[in-house]
Design a protein. Structure first.
Lengths: 105, 394, 311
């Protein structure tokens, strides 16, 4: 499984937050929003059927988060830490390789 | 290099324009309004003749003028704008934005009366109404101080990262010609080196985000930082003022310029060009035996509480000359001075004279009449009233 | 993370990601997707200005940021003015602005902050000819403050201050055509785009990058929250908006109009197709739908004529 690209130096964010209040409200760490795991918002989650996938990449293109990235074999990987369960990927998938199922927690 | 001043006969507005040129300002975004127009006209002339390398943005309103200046300053350039009365009021929202973003913008505000009724003449209410926006304020008494003020303000602003407005009187300074000693470019460059921004938007390897949402958990501390910057600015102002005096012979090391305070019964306190009239009158009054002095407040923000206390301790009375008014209260300088002195133990008789609103002429005989009034009240030992609409005719 | 060359060749968009997850946009938000595309097109050498709008919140509260690019937050009505100032400062500091390796200055504003309160600053920016890109993401209401109508709200749409009710529904005004106002300034490049056609949007962004002078792109960005539509239908709605000619995609380049979609060779789909998923249109009667269809027809015909005459 490939490494998620959604990495930012989260420890540094935490540290700077408490120690260094930059005048002018300057946020110095790009991409630090990844500290917020929006996956907890979900009601439905995308279930991926790799066999049906034709690697058209529409799911990757249309994900608004983005919570889909590509692995070494170029198949989409769903990052459930951030997927909000909007269902756009399932709606756009031309081969029904993605189905939204109700998540049981 | 020896300082050999270049003497020019210029208006206050042209003095400001020359200061902008000498300060090597990089971006000017301004919208015309009487009586500021000749500032931006002169700057445009400099650019057209190749005398100044400035990016000039002829914006479509004062609100956009301040917004564009903020964008330019945030990117890292030295930025300038100018306005008056209605324009200053229109950019009120963005004044908060400039100070909150901690940008060292210098703006010349030409004190002009707020409408309605329409008036283009001298009145301090426009700039004083912006005293809560987090901008520092410097009031110029004459064209020389406009020139010196802009140069010093860039140095102070870029050190403490707080924007500054240099305030001059409509027509009395802006359009009246006087001798101004200007400083050769090389010496200005020594005094005012290129800007080292606190942050810029041009670091593409380490991008930043400026001015995002701050929850109640954080907003308070950001405001405290700005407040602290104002307090620290007092020392910076004095240091820069002293340095200016050592280099160029005109000392600005005190935030209130005073004279004859030690042997005065009372002093006249005020800001801007009307203090020039007061200085003249004080000389005449002293020759007639009155024990008077003056306290010219140069910096209204940050308010020079400490210096005011020293003055108040050595006099029996202060006649505050307010060319402004805060409706539902009293004259603004009077109100602030009274507040600053409360609890300090210094309690001279302080009276507020509302003079010259809308450019009504404030003359030496006016000062003398006020001196008479103050003298009488000090002998009596109490005020007849706190606020005197002195110039009221009908 | 490295995307392999084989994938990059097959991907129809730039592979680099400069927009990170973890932001607080609603599920299915068209605006966040649009901003993701903008950053894919322009990369790191970008300065983005965001006024008060949904994106202010999406971009992250202090001290977090969801963008891997410089971002300056500004007041609601000032986008056009601030990007003018930034562009002037970049030139004063000696940077190259626009072009392949130049700095991209982007104003990313909502329809409220462009069509209404920001119209003056936009007009000034366009008229003065600054080298920057202004992108208006159109979700057809003031969404950030809770779905109030804007000048860009279409006929018949429910919003909180033009609600449907027992007596009348209140939105009887047609959508303000900001793109026409922009084209009246005769700028070198203006275009409309939709979230459902990202390759087209990115192509237009690249064209704006390589066209000197001011550029304007109006992006159709669905809002499931404000439009009362299912979150998974956002892209489909954006597609139907184009296919029904409600929001045709076209470009205005140096005085010439060029229609991209829908095809002029056949009839566009009926407007009911666009309305069907959106709960905000539920108060419309058959007459109202007819009125909207007539407006769409009129605007589409006008655009086709413009493309013929100024093609």
């Amino acid at each position: 499984m490939a490494e998620s690209p959604f990495k930012a130096d989260i420890e540094r964010v935490g540290k700077e937050y408490s120690e260094k209040m930059t005048p002018g409200a300057i946020a110095t760490i790009p991409g630090s929003s990844v500290i917020n795991k929006t996956g907890s918002w979900r009601v439905f989650m995308p279930e991926f059927n790799r066999d049906k996938c034709v690697r058209c990449y529409l799911c990757y293109i249309y994900c608004p988060e983005p919570a889909i990235y590509l692995d070494e074999e170029n198949f989409p990987v769903f990052d459930y830490d951030y997927c909000k369960g909007c269902g756009i990927c399932a709606n756009e998938c031309p081969t029904d390789a993605i189905i939204m199922v109700r998540e049981s927690k | 290099m020896d300082y050999k001043p270049i003497r020019k006969v210029v208006s206050g507005n042209y003095a400001a324009a020359y200061a902008v040129k000498h300060a090597r300002v990089q971006v000017v975004a301004a919208y015309p309004i009487t009586p500021q127009t000749s500032i931006i006209e002169k700057i445009a002339e400099f650019i057209a003749n190749g005398e100044a390398d400035i990016q000039y943005v002829p914006v479509e309103s004062e609100h956009s003028a301040m917004a564009a200046t903020i964008g330019a300053s945030a990117t890292g350039a030295r930025a300038f704008t100018a306005t008056a009365a209605q324009g200053l009021a229109l950019m009120h929202e963005m004044l908060h934005w400039a100070s909150g973003s901690r940008l060292p913008i210098v703006m010349v505000d030409v004190n002009r009366a707020m409408a309605p009724p329409w008036s283009v003449w001298d009145d301090q209410t426009d700039s004083l109404a912006q005293r809560d926006t987090g901008w520092m304020q410097f009031y110029a008494e004459n064209n020389q101080e406009v020139y010196d003020g802009v140069l010093m303000s860039y140095k102070v602003a870029e050190q403490v990262n707080v924007p500054i407005m240099v305030v001059e009187s409509a027509f009395i300074l802006s359009h009246t010609y006087d001798v101004v000693e200007m400083i050769p470019q090389e010496l200005v460059d020594e005094f005012l080196p290129p800007r080292k921004p606190l942050y810029t938007l041009t670091d593409f390897d380490n991008p930043i985000s400026v001015g995002a949402l701050a929850t109640p958990n954080d907003y308070y501390e950001f405001r405290y930082k700005l407040a602290k910057a104002h307090e620290e600015a007092k020392e910076v102002i004095k240091k820069v003022g002293r340095e200016f005096g050592e280099r160029f012979g005109r000392d600005y090391s005190s935030m209130i310029e005073t004279d004859h305070v030690d042997d005065a019964d009372f002093v006249f306190m005020g800001m801007g060009s009307l203090m020039g009239t007061v200085k003249q009158a004080v000389d005449i009054l002293r020759s007639e035996g009155y024990k008077v002095g003056y306290a010219k407040v140069r910096w209204f923000r940050p308010f020079p509480k400490e210096e005011l206390k020293e003055i108040a301790e050595s006099v029996k009375g202060i006649a505050v000359l307010d060319r402004n008014f805060s409706f539902g209260q009293e004259g603004i300088l009077f109100n602030e001075a009274k507040g600053a002195l409360y609890g300090t133990g210094a309690e001279p008789l302080i009276k507020d004279y509302i003079v010259g609103l809308g450019g009504r002429d404030f003359t030496v005989p006016d000062v003398k009449a006020i001196a008479e009034d103050m003298k009488r009240l000090i002998e009596k030992g109490e005020l007849d009233r706190e606020v005197d609409w002195y110039h009221l005719k009908r | 993370m490295e995307i392999p060359e084989s994938v990059k060749k097959r991907l129809t968009l730039p592979a680099e990601e400069h927009f990170y997850a973890g932001h607080t946009a609603c599920q299915g938000c068209g605006a966040s997707l649009g901003l993701r595309y903008v950053l894919k097109a322009y990369g790191k050498k970008t300065i983005v200005t965001i006024p008060a709008c949904c994106s202010t919140i999406i971009a992250g509260a202090w001290p977090y940021s969801t963008l891997d690019a410089n971002l300056f937050h500004t007041a609601f009505e000032t986008t056009g003015a601030v990007i003018s100032g930034i562009e002037a400062a970049l030139k004063a500091l000696g940077y190259k602005v626009k072009g392949e390796d130049g700095v991209m200055v982007v104003g990313w504003a909502g329809d409220g902050g462009t069509a209404d309160i920001g119209l003056q600053a936009l007009s000034g920016f366009l008229e003065r000819g600054h080298d920057a890109v202004y992108i208006m993401y159109d979700n057809e209401a003031y969404m950030n403050t809770g779905i109030q109508r804007s000048g860009s709200t279409p006929y018949g749409a429910w919003t909180t201050n033009t609600p449907g009710g027992k007596k009348h529904f209140l939105e009887k005004r047609h959508k303000k055509k900001v793109i026409d106002i922009v084209i009246a300034h005769e700028i070198p490049y203006a275009a409309t785009a939709s979230d459902a056609y990202p390759e087209d949007f990115i192509r237009k962004l690249k064209k704006a990058q390589n066209t000197p002078g001011p550029s304007f792109i109006q992006l159709f960005a669905p809002c499931p929250t404000g439009w009362r539509s299912p979150t998974d239908k956002s892209i489909e709605i954006a597609r139907l908006a184009v296919q029904t000619a409600y929001f045709p995609l076209f470009e205005y380049e140096n005085g010439k109009y060029k229609i991209n979609m829908p095809s002029t060779k056949k009839e566009p789909k009926p407007i009911e197709e666009f309305l069907k998923y959106q709960g905000r249109f539920k108060y419309m009667t058959k007459e109202d739908i007819q009125i909207l269809q007539e407006w769409v027809n009129h605007e589409w015909e006008r655009l086709q004529k413009l493309a013929e005459v100024f093609g």
